[in-house]
Design a protein around this ligand. Structure first.
Ligand SMILES: [Zn+2]
Length: 304
């Protein structure tokens, strides 16, 4: 059996795993990065972890998914929000350190490659993904190939504008989709509604366990009408964005991944009533590992 290693570099940790020819993760580990880490430190940790795995597995190549602006052709991370990479030749350094080919791409592209190979859009030729977390990332598959744009900035689906007088966004524009549809936005809506209805189950759950992206889902399951209302509104906003993307691209399927998407049907049931006819939406079937599997497939036909 031949294996590939996939690494998914996030803000707080690197998820790294060995993937077999049937797209199963056979071994996985988490390397903490933390705010204080340097780019050299992160790259060195990846190399060390890979070397240990290569003692036990016949590894053909390593693929790395990183947040931020990534040139998949040269293997450089150009810059990456809360990661310490600036014009960093990550793929080259990892390849030289290990003596096998290494590939690099944007984390959302990797997530879509993973879903295309083994997940929610398996066998689809035209598909989109929205990765819903602190912000919203996106990627697009056209005719079976990832479309990256001439400058690798394509598919920033978190940043199309839905309200030009709306909330200021970190990208410098106002009213971007992610300001209303990210997990951060859901948490803000949950907080606001819990404060407005202090007697609600939602407020009581929030007071007891704090608020995160799952609070409204948990309260709704217990029958809280205020939580239902929050999710109804959130589903409507997500559907607005999804409908616009369907009008633009007519994908066979739009995949939702990220923390909120693990809610599966509990999320989809709030989106579906507001979708236009051609929209097909599914949540990830790879439970948070799509990015790692997709990274491992960089350099294969799936990753092109
Ligand atoms: Zn923006």
């Amino acid at each position: 059996m031949r294996y590939r290693i996939g690494a998914d570099i996030g803000g707080t940790s690197v998820k790294l795993g060995v993937v077999d020819e049937e797209f199963h993760i056979v071994e996985q580990q988490k390397l903490p990065t933390g705010g204080q880490c340097t780019s050299q430190g992160i790259i060195a940790e990846i190399i060390t972890a890979c070397k240990q795995l290569m003692e036990r597995y016949s590894v053909e190549a390593v693929g790395i998914g990183s947040a931020g602006l990534v040139n998949a052709q040269t293997g450089y991370v150009l810059h990456a929000g809360n990661l310490p990479f600036v014009e960093e030749p990550v793929a080259d350094k990892v390849s030289k350190g290990l003596g096998i080919p290494a590939y690099l791409d944007n984390d959302a592209n990797c997530a879509l490659i993973g879903e295309h190979a083994a997940g929610a859009c398996k066998d689809a030729m035209d598909a989109l993904i929205l990765t819903i977390g602190t912000g919203i990332g996106g990627a697009i598959l056209i005719g079976g190939k990832i479309y990256r744009g001439h400058n690798y900035k394509a598919a920033e689906f978190g940043h199309f504008i839905i309200d030009r007088r709306g909330e200021a966004c970190s990208c410098g524009l106002r009213g971007c989709f992610e300001q209303y549809a990210s997990a951060t936005a859901l948490i803000a809506m949950t907080k606001e509604r819990a404060a407005a209805f202090p007697e609600s189950l939602l407020a009581k759950r929030a007071a007891g366990q704090g608020i995160d992206g799952s609070t409204a889902f948990a309260a709704a399951k217990e029958g809280c009408p205020v939580a239902e209302e929050v999710l109804g509104e959130y589903g409507l906003i997500l559907a607005d964005g999804i409908n616009s993307l369907v009008k633009l691209f007519q994908p066979e399927v739009i995949v939702l991944s990220g923390g909120v998407a693990v809610q599966g049907e509990d999320l989809l049931c709030h989106i579906r009533p507001n979708l236009i006819r051609d929209a097909v939406v599914r949540t990830t079937t790879l439970s948070g590992s799509g990015g790692l599997i997709g990274a491992a497939l960089l350099g294969t036909d799936y990753g092109r």
